[in-house]
Each structure stands twice: as C-alpha cells, then as structure tokens.
Design a protein around this ligand. Structure first.
Ligand SMILES: Cc1cc2nc3c(=O)[nH]c(=O)nc-3n(C[C@H](O)[C@H](O)[C@H](O)COP(=O)(O)O)c2cc1C
Length: 230
C-alpha cells in the first residue's frame, strides 16, 4: 500500500529556477533541488516536461537556482509557481541579476544562488531530472531558507499538479476547466460577480468571500482576490 501522507514527511526547500530561451527569460518554482556531489559541485533539479522552463533548460543547457528565503511573499512564489512563462514575463517586474552566461536569478528574498551548466539528464516519465555542474554561486542576504514545510504550514501554500511532489491534496489539476464549470453554475444561479485569485487565477463563484477563506488552489487569503463582474 502507498500512504500519500508519508511523502509529506520528506524534507526539502524551495527554489526559483531560472533559464532562457533565445533572449527570453523563463523560470519556475521547484522544491526538487538537491546537491549531488561536491567534487565537482553538482546540483540536480527535477522539472515537469510541460513547463516552459524545462524546454528552455533543454535548449540552453543552463539553469540558475535561487534559494527562497522565508521572507519571500506569496505573490512572487505564485508568479513563478502558478503561471506559465509562455504567458507572463516572470522576471519582468521582479528584481533580478544575471550570471556570466546572462541567465537570470532572483536576489531579493533569497538566501543563495547557483549557476549551472547541464551535464546530464534523465527522463523519468512526467519529469526530467537535470544534473548541472555549478559554475558560479553566491550567498545572498536572506538569513532563513524556506523549507517546504514552512511554505505549507506558515505561508499556507499549496502544491500545483505539475510539481514532482504533487500527491493530489484536493486541488484541481486544471484551474481553467474548474473555472468554466463554476461559470456555468453561476450563470444558472444568476450570480452577477465572482472573485478571482490574483495569484493562481482560480475563480470563486460566491457573493462574498468569508474572512477566513483560503484559495483552494494556491492557499492565499481573501486579500489576494479581486472582484470580477460576470
Ligand atoms: C511549492 C511549489 C513547488 C513546485 N515544485 C516543482 C518542481 O519541483 N518541479 C516542477 O517541474 N514544477 C514544480 N512546481 C510547479 C511549477 O513551478 C509551475 O508548474 C510553473 O507554473 C511552471 O512554470 P513555467 O511553465 O513557466 O516553467 C512547483 C510549484 C510550487 C508552487
């Protein structure tokens, strides 16, 4: 038998992976960065084949990993973890720096950064495991690297379906399909407005959001929702 709860006991951190495709910067959140060896220094990261970042890493042979600090806000995590780089310039409005190969990495609210050249990869079905040799790294000002457990327990964050660690914790695998289904019911009920999560795009079809409401997809509170007319 597989007890899904056992997977929640695995410890890991939270990282922003950066890469580029041509001149375009892309990136995503990952909780799957690990140090593989120290002679040479190598890191691995496991990325979903559907991610724009995965294709960019395959094309460019390069990625950066920034260690997320506990101070990072949910808006930034949501920007990188719940949107696709194909529809959003994720680094556009976020302070970032470039490594020697001009691949972007986040500095603000991060504890350290690494720049890697891909030296190997393994197809593991839904995901690809990339191994990168570290060519540059540095310590940043964030004193407390965010653990995955902190993200869940303190920040109230959720795991989207494309993450390697997704175990089906009650979130939908398709926000757009869920929104469409909700819209149909709202129309039948004559609802005039609804609330859209500015972090992940989920739409809650109710008149008012309760004070203690949390987004069923990404976990943020009512303050991150905007009212939309239907
Ligand atoms: C907490 C968290 C952890 C995640 N971990 C991973 C991961 O390890 N690997 C992965 O491929 N996606 C992971 N994701 C999902 C990607 O960040 C997400 O699918 C992102 O929108 C992909 O963006 P892209 O298409 O621009 O690359 C995670 C997301 C969150 C919020």
């Amino acid at each position: 038998m597989i007890d899904r709860a056992a997977f929640h006991k695995l410890s890991c951190g939270l990282y922003i992976i950066g890469s580029k495709t041509g001149e375009r910067f892309v990136g995503c959140v990952a909780n799957t960065v690990l140090q593989v060896t120290s002679k040479p220094f190598q890191l691995s990261v496991t990325l979903n084949k559907e991610n724009a970042t995965t294709k960019a890493v395959q094309e460019s042979g390069r990625f950066t990993a920034s260690v997320v600090d506990e101070a990072m806000c949910m808006e930034t995590i949501g920007r990188f973890g719940f949107h696709s780089s194909t529809e959003l310039d994720k680094f556009g409005e976020v302070a970032h720096a470039l490594d020697a190969c001009e691949v972007p990495y986040l500095e603000q609210d991060c504890s350290a950064w690494f720049s890697c050249r891909v030296v190997g990869s393994m197809d593991v079905g839904t995901h690809v495991v990339f191994v990168g040799e570290v060519e540059e790294s540095g310590v940043l000002s964030g004193p407390h690297p965010m653990t995955y457990s902190f993200y869940h327990l303190v920040k109230g964050g959720k795991t989207p379906p494309r993450a390697s660690s997704y175990t089906g914790e009650g979130t939908s695998s398709d926000v757009a399909a869920d929104n469409a289904a909700g819209a149909k019911v709202a129309e039948e009920d004559g609802l005039k407005h609804a609330w859209r999560c500015t972090i992940c795009g989920h739409i809650e079809y109710v008149d008012e959001l309760p004070e203690n409401f949390s987004c069923p997809v990404c976990g943020v509170g009512p303050e991150c929702f905007e009212r939309i007319e239907l």
